[in-house]
Design a protein around this ligand. Structure first.
Ligand SMILES: Cc1cc2nc3c(=O)[nH]c(=O)nc-3n(C[C@H](O)[C@H](O)[C@H](O)COP(=O)(O)OP(=O)(O)OC[C@H]3O[C@@H](n4cnc5c(N)ncnc54)[C@H](O)[C@@H]3O)c2cc1C
Length: 419
């Protein structure tokens, strides 16, 4: 049986509940479907015992449940946040259905959507996807190579220092989770190493005010997409990105496309490319007269795999078909010939025919990249390469070896035809 409802909200976190709150105020029929047993479960299931928010209490603004306590500059802890979320739907009489994991949303020829859960199908005129972006752990593939004798935990599974076996601890990642966890483990008396990277940092306090207070005073946290100077600005690069810095130095504008490099399916690719904003940014890329690009490998350590964009089995397939180097998600073999696999039709990048004859400069280096760089150089798509001296020497040496091997093969072939 199909239940008809005007609006379905998928996900009972902050986004879903706030949307429900306002729809209820407007008297609009809707239903929130939440996969777990309570609203806001991400705060309960994915956080450690001593977790506290990094945003001050005054910034907690779930509508109707804004912080009104006597510590506006304090930081709510995990259990306090969980309590607010768990009682929220009842407090405002919001229509929340828990244990309802949405497994599919399909366009209906009648112009509405079919939303399926394990036991129900709903027909809705509007669907709000509020399933969150932050709750999927990303573990780099190199973690597989750490011996099984070393306990490995993702921060979402970490609860407290007692959970860890004896000995020192390496915390990988130095943003909110890494720093809070490293501090706690250090305070428990363990030897702790915190592995840092180029993650952007802002000071907690500036001229006597919390940084979030400055963001509020400057109106940064109030900005909505419609108040940006251009719709494309919502894709403007993060000021900490290397790309942004490069743009600053060259006087160019930097944009980030909030789409995966590789879509889940060819159909998803079409849907994503059809979005305004994304097609605008693609058009900009298509018109650019100088492109700086990276070069990837066809190994399991490739960033496409490490960032979860493609599966290890997919990069294995590329490698099996001869793939060695990658440029803008296009793979090439050791002679620079394109390698097409099932991945090719899911790539969200400029097609190869739009890359020919362009000014494309690759920035890549390192021993692990030598074969990949060589393959992309052989493809003749590049007009320049910026690399380090060791990589440049290794490339020259590799070319010399390949030439010698080619000459030997030709001699061998010539010899056998003469015989
Ligand atoms: C470690 C960490 C610390 C953070 N600290 C802060 C902080 O201090 N301050 C701050 O403001 N923000 C913080 N955030 C960010 C904050 O968690 C998110 O901004 C917020 O949770 C986003 O709310 P949301 O509703 O979009 O998504 P979520 O809170 O992720 O909610 C999504 C909901 O959708 C449900 N769901 C997912 N898929 C389905 C499905 N198929 N069917 C049905 N239901 C589904 C999930 O169970 C979940 O309940 C932190 C995030 C992390 C990971």
């Amino acid at each position: 049986m199909i239940h008809t409802i005007d609006t379905i909200i998928v996900g009972g976190g902050q986004g879903g509940l706030a949307t429900s709150y306002y729809l209820k105020q407007q008297g609009r029929e809707h239903l929130v479907l939440e996969q777990s047993d309570q609203a806001g479960s991400a705060w309960r299931d994915g956080r450690w015992d001593s977790f506290t928010l990094v945003t001050p209490n005054w910034a907690f603004r779930l509508p109707g449940a804004e912080y009104t306590g006597d510590q506006p500059d304090g930081f709510l802890n995990r259990d306090e946040v969980v309590d607010i979320f768990s009682g929220y739907a009842d407090k405002f009489g919001l229509p929340l259905r828990t244990h309802a994991r949405v497994t599919a949303v399909e366009a209906n020829p009648a112009g509405s959507f079919l939303v399926r859960t394990g036991d129900m199908t709903y027909q809705a005129r509007n669907v709000v996807m509020a399933t969150g972006l932050f709750q999927t752990p990303k573990v780099p593939t190199f973690a597989e190579r750490i011996p099984g004798s070393i306990t490995q935990l993702h921060s979402s599974a970490y609860r407290n220092p007692k959970q860890l076996p004896e000995g020192g601890v390496l915390v990988v990642g130095s943003s909110q989770s890494g720093c809070q966890i490293a501090q706690e483990i250090h305070q428990s008396g363990r030897q702790v190493y915190l592995c840092v990277s180029g993650a952007g940092r802002i000071p907690r306090h500036y001229r006597g005010k919390d940084i979030m207070e400055w963001a509020r005073l400057l109106g940064i946290s109030e900005r909505t997409v419609d108040t940006l100077p251009s719709p494309k600005a919502k894709f403007a690069a993060n000021p900490h990105d290397v790309m942004h810095r490069l743009a600053e130095r060259t006087g160019a504008q930097a944009f980030v496309m909030p789409v995966p490099f590789v879509a889940n399916t060819a159909e998803d690719r079409e849907v994503l490319l059809g979005q305004r904003g994304i097609s605008d940014v693609f058009a900009l890329a298509g018109r650019s007269d100088l492109m700086f690009v990276g070069i990837g490998t066809a190994e399991r350590e490739a960033s496409l795999v490490a960032t979860g964009m493609i599966e290890p089995s997919e990069i294995d397939e590329v490698k099996r078909d001869g793939g060695v180097g990658e440029l803008l998600a296009h793979f090439f073999d050791d002679k620079g010939r394109p390698v097409e696999t099932a991945l090719s039709e899911r790539i969200l990048a400029l097609p190869r025919d739009q890359l020919k004859g362009r000014r494309i400069v690759a920035v890549a280096g390192g021993k692990v990249k030598v074969q990949a760089i060589k393959s992309v150089l052989e493809s003749r798509y590049l007009s320049g390469l910026i690399t380090d001296e060791c990589t440049a020497r290794a490339l020259v040496e590799q070319s010399r070896l390949d030439d010698a091997a080619g000459a030997a093969k030709r001699r061998a072939n010539g010899g056998s035809s003469n015989a």
